[in-house]
Design a protein around this ligand. Structure first.
Ligand code: IPD
Ligand code: CA
Length: 289
C-alpha cells in the first residue's frame, strides 16, 4: 500500500526585526531616500527626457529613474548585503535574511518629466515574501524630492514627517471625504477606472489625482487627504507608504476582505475604508478591465 504524499510544509513566517533593528532600518531607509533625492536634485537636466517606455507609450522611464535605483542598490549592497532588493526598474534580487528592500527610485515619473513638483523616492523594507498580499511591512521612507518633505515610519514606532508625528484624519462620511486616486498606464484599464470614478465622484467631497501613489499614502497619513484608493499599484508604489499610513492610524486593505495589492488598495481611517471598499466592490472596481 502506498502512503499519501507528505504535504509540502508551509515555510515559517520570517521573524520580525526587534525594535532596535526596526529603528536602524528606518534610519537607513531615510538615509537612502535622501541620498537618492540629492542625486536627482543635483544631476537632473533642465529638460528631462524619456529614456524608454514600459507598459504603454505613456509609461515613461527617465535616465534618472535608472540612476536613482542603481544608486540605492549600491548603498544597500554596502550596508545590507544579505537583504533582498525589489526595485521598479531592475526587478528582484533575492536575499537570505528574510527582509527585502522595495524601491521606487522616482514615484511620480510623469510629474518629474513635466516639472510638476509631486514626485518622490520611496524606500520600504518588508519581511517575508515581497508581495503586498503576503509581506509584513517593517519600515519605510518617502522623500519628496522637490520640496524635501520626508516621511518615515517603523513598525510599532509611529509615523513622522520631518520629526512631527502623523495621524490620519478622524473618519468622516464618504460624502464629505477628500479622496485621492490614480490611474494605470494602459487605455483599457483607464476606461474601467474612469467608469468607477464617474460613479464615485458625485458621492464624495472631491477627488485628487496627484500623480504619486507613495505621496498619496503619506498625505492620508498626515491628513491632507482623507483616503486613497487605486487599482493596479505595484509593490514599489505601496511598500514605504503603506507602513507610513498604518503607523499614522490608517487601515490599508483590498476589497472583499482581501489584503491591499495590485487588485485594489484602499487606505484611510477604518470606517472610511469600510464604506469606500464596500462601494468600490459594488462598482466592480477590482473586476477585469
Ligand atoms: C505611478 C504613480 C501614480 C499611480 C500609478 C503609478 P510611477 O508610479 O504612483 O500616481 O497612479 O499607478 O504607476 O510610474 O510614477 O513610478
Ligand atoms: Ca511608482
Amino acid at each position: 500500500m502506498t502512503s499519501a504524499p507528505e504535504p509540502t510544509p508551509t515555510p515559517a513566517p520570517a521573524p520580525l526585526p526587534d525594535p532596535a533593528e526596526v529603528r536602524a532600518l528606518t534610519d537607513l531607509a531615510e538615509r537612502l531616500a535622501r541620498s537618492a533625492g540629492d542625486l536627482i536634485r543635483t544631476t537632473s537636466p533642465e529638460r528631462v527626457q524619456v529614456a524608454a517606455t514600459k507598459s504603454s507609450d505613456v509609461d515613461p522611464v527617465t535616465a534618472m529613474d535608472l540612476a536613482s535605483e542603481t544608486h540605492l542598490r549600491a548603498l544597500l549592497a554596502e550596508h545590507r548585503p544579505h537583504d533582498g532588493v525589489l526595485g521598479e526598474e531592475h526587478g528582484l534580487e533575492p536575499g537570505t535574511s528574510g527582509l527585502t528592500w522595495v524601491l521606487d527610485p522616482i514615484d511620480g515619473t510623469v510629474n518629474y518629466l513635466y516639472g510638476v513638483p509631486a514626485f518622490a523616492v520611496s524606500v520600504g523594507v518588508v519581511a517575508g515574501d515581497p508581495d503586498p498580499g503576503r509581506w509584513t511591512p517593517v519600515a519605510g521612507c518617502v522623500h519628496a524630492v522637490a520640496d524635501g518633505r520626508t516621511y518615515t515610519a517603523g513598525r510599532g514606532q509611529g509615523a513622522f514627517r520631518d520629526g512631527h508625528r502623523l495621524e490620519v484624519n478622524p473618519a468622516r462620511p464618504l460624502a464629505t471625504s477628500l479622496i485621492g486616486t490614480g490611474f494605470g498606464y494602459r487605455a483599457e484599464r483607464r476606461r474601467a477606472q474612469g467608469r468607477v470614478l464617474a460613479a464615485l465622484l458625485p458621492r464624495v467631497r472631491d477627488i485628487r489625482r496627484i500623480g504619486s501613489a507613495a505621496l498619496d499614502l503619506c498625505r492620508v497619513a498626515e491628513g491632507s487627504l482623507d483616503a486613497h484608493y487605486e487599482r493596479g499599484l505595484n509593490p514599489w508604489d505601496l511598500a514605504a507608504g503603506q507602513i507610513i499610513a498604518i503607523e499614522a492610524g490608517a487601515q490599508v486593505s483590498g476589497l472583499r476582505g482581501r489584503p491591499a495589492g495590485i487588485e485594489m488598495s484602499v487606505v484611510g481611517p477604518a470606517a472610511t475604508v469600510h464604506e469606500l471598499a464596500a462601494l468600490l466592490a459594488d462598482l466592480g472596481a477590482d473586476a477585469d478591465d
